[in-house]
Design a protein around this ligand. Structure first.
Ligand SMILES: C[S@@+](CC[C@H](N)C(=O)[O-])C[C@H]1O[C@@H](n2cnc3c(N)ncnc32)[C@H](O)[C@@H]1O
Length: 381
């Protein structure tokens, strides 16, 4: 089957961007959601990929070469992705094995937690290959169980959101061992496919700056605060489930001087008066679209100004944005304007990004989705 694309899409595909939006389709035959098609421009083959007329992102490239999309194709890509992650085995028992487009497998997410695999199929095209993918994962990785986590994003592809065991048995609770730290996670409940694996490298970098008092805002399972290992740590998190994990993770890592505040960070910052020498701000994606950016910037400004108020001279502030529309430059601009309000200077200590089991592919700008900066407060200037 051939789907004709418009010039705008052709220009982007030439630079190996892998998405074709609905309004960039010129002509398409009637077909099932997620069919494998050839994308052509002026009669010339450009790429092979999934086509879903129901989705705003109607086309997703699998290859820019004329290849057969069969079991062998997926097997080779999965093997390559798994091989690339071998290096993580030295530092952790849990990592992302396959990260969708960033592993050239649009709509397939696979996380490894020891012998458990937690997977998500987020495109109709990949969902059509679920059976084959599960067989390949069993053949290559011999897991004890595979659990499918229903991601809400499936609705955009016209798919039902289902969570289910696809193979064997999957642990309900699992202890992640990472750089000598331990984190309990619930594999079937919880956010994303479990733990925030993408922050692994940043936890290690930022954790080095933990001193007397750490404030971990939007703490989730407490990763940053636990790595920081300060004399006193305050965790602020709104989700009861995540708060129960922080409690158990503090025990697992022998942290004994800490407080868990189950509250909205915005409300917490209105009243907090204590000072800290390390503050981590790692909120959820406020702006999922460009249109929502204005509100997100306002939220960020509030968070930075109020965090700076609680930061000691010489203290460190880590800021993370996991929304593509709030860029590193936005974070730095916001930090600068906030420091002027607070009357201090800020030194940029580190530029941070997601860990490499969540690859950043240069031709896919939005695959760089997690940006961070570590700043140091300077009062004397
Ligand atoms: C990106 S995650 C943080 C990940 C964490 N820093 C880590 O490395 O594992 C954001 C967290 O913020 C929590 N959250 C969302 N809105 C919140 C709010 N207004 N106040 C407090 N926590 C919030 C979510 O429940 C989630 O656990």
């Amino acid at each position: 089957m051939r789907v004709e694309i418009k010039k705008e899409a052709y220009e982007k595909l030439k630079r190996h961007f892998p998405w074709i939006y609905q309004n960039e389709i010129l002509k398409a035959p009637k077909c099932d959601s997620g069919s494998v098609v050839d994308f052509v421009y002026k009669g010339e083959f450009i790429a092979v990929g999934f086509f879903n007329p129901k989705s705003k992102i109607a086309g997703r490239v699998l290859s820019f070469k004329k290849v057969l999309i069969d079991r062998g194709f997926f097997e080779e890509r999965i093997k390559k992705a798994a091989k690339k992650r071998e290096i993580f085995k030295k530092i952790t028992n849990s990592y992302r094995l396959i990260h969708s487009e960033a592993d050239f497998l649009p709509g397939l997410i696979v996380d490894r937690y020891g012998d458990n695999l937690v997977v998500s199929f987020t495109t109709a095209g990949m969902d059509n290959f679920k059976g084959v993918i599960v067989e390949i994962l069993i053949d290559i990785l011999a897991p004890k169980g595979i659990y499918e986590k229903g991601d809400k994003i499936r609705q955009k592809e016209g798919l039902e959101v289902i969570s289910q065991t696809l193979y064997g048995e999957v642990d309900d609770e699992f202890v992640i061992k990472e750089n000598g730290k331990k984190f309990l996670t619930y594999l079937k409940e919880g956010q994303k496919t479990g733990f925030f694996l993408d922050q692994r490298k940043n936890r290690k970098i930022v954790g080095k700056y933990g001193g007397e008092k750490t404030l971990d805002l939007f703490a989730n399972a407490g990763g940053f605060g636990i790595y920081a290992n300060a004399s006193f740590t305050k965790f602020v998190e709104i989700s009861p489930l995540a708060c129960s994990l922080i409690e158990r993770n503090c025990e697992l890592n022998n942290l004994d001087n800490y407080e868990i505040v189950r509250e909205d960070v915005f409300k917490f910052l209105e009243k907090e008066k204590e000072k800290y020498d390390l503050i981590i701000v790692d909120p959820p994606a406020f702006a999922k679209t460009k249109a929502a950016k204005k509100g997100a910037i306002r939220g960020w400004k509030y968070l930075i100004v109020n965090s700076l108020k609680l930061l000691e001279d010489g203290g460190y502030l880590a800021l993370f944005s996991c929304s593509y529309s709030v860029s590193e430059k936005d974070l730095l601009d916001l930090a600068l304007s906030s420091s002027l309000i607070e009357g201090c200077e800020l030194e940029v200590v580190e530029f941070l990004k997601q860990d490499t089991d969540h690859p950043y592919i240069l031709s896919i700008p939005n695959s760089l989705y997690l940006r961070g900066v570590l700043l140091r407060r300077i009062d004397e200037a």
